[in-house]
Design a protein around this ligand. Sequence first.
Ligand code: AMP
Length: 279
Amino acid sequence: MTQVIRTVAELRPLVRGWRAAGEIVGVVPTMGALHDGHLSLARRGKVECHRVITTIFVNPKQFTNPEDLKKYPRTEEADVALLNSVGVDAVFIPSPEEVYPDGYMTTVSVGGVSEPLEGRMRPGHFDGVATVVTKLFGMTEAHRGFFGQKDWQQLQVVLRLVRDLNLPVTVVGCETIREPDGLAMSSRNVRLTDQGRAVAHVLYTAITAAADDIRAGQSDRMAIREAAEKVRAAGFERVEYIELRDAETLMPSNDVRRPRRMLAAAWLDGVRLIDNIPV
Ligand code: AMP
C-alpha cells in the first residue's frame, strides 16, 4: 500500500530507514490531478529505484495567475489510488504551511535558462519551481528525481539547478505521454470544452509538421509562421509563442550541429497549453 505522508517529520525516518538499508530512493514531484504522464514517471522510478516517493503539492509560488491556482484541479483520493496501482511506496502531500512556514524567506533563482519563453510569459514562475524542487529534494533526500520532457524548459532549469548547487540528485528526463490524437497529457486538459478537446491536438500536429519542414530545408521562420496560422485556424484564441531554440540553453539557435527544440504555448478555451518536440 502507498503510505500517505503529510509532514517532513514523518517522511525523514521512513527515507532514512530505506537509505540505511542501501536502497535507492526516487522522487516524482507533481501537482496532483494525476494522469498517465505522471504515472509513467512513477513507473520509470520503480524500474530505476528500490523506493519511489511521489509528491503532490500545488505550489502557490509557481502560479503567476491567481485564477489558475484557484481552478487547478485537486483529486487527492483518486491520485492516491492511482499511485497505489503502480506500486509507489509513499506519497508526500504537504500543506502550504508545511512547505512555507511562517517566516519563510528563501528563493532559489536560476539565471539564463529560466529567462526566455515561459520565464518571460510567467515572471517568477521558475523561481517558484526552482525553490520548491530544491525543497522537495531536501525533504525527500531522494537519490534520483524524475521529470517530464512535457515541461522541457522546467527540466533544463532543474538540470542547471542541480549542477550549479551540487545537489546530490540525478535528474532523469522522461518522454512526453500523449493522447491517441497527439495531445500531450496535462492536468489542465480537463478544463477544455468538448469542442476545444477535439482540436487541441493541433498544437502538436502543427509543430510536428513545422519540424518536418525545417528538417526538409524550409526556413525556420516560414515553418513557424505556418504552424502558428494552423493553430489559430483550429480555434485557439492566442498563440503566445512557437520558437525554435537550443535544447539546453533555450536561447535562439540556428546551429544545426547542436540539439534543438521547438517549444510552443497557446490558449484554447481560456486554458494555457504548452508542448515541445525535438527538431
Ligand atoms: P505537474 O503535475 O504538471 O507539475 O507535472 C509533474 C511532472 O509530470 C513534471 O515533471 C511534468 O513534466 C510531468 N508530466 C506532466 N505531463 C506529462 C506528460 N504528458 N508526459 C510526461 N510527463 C509529464
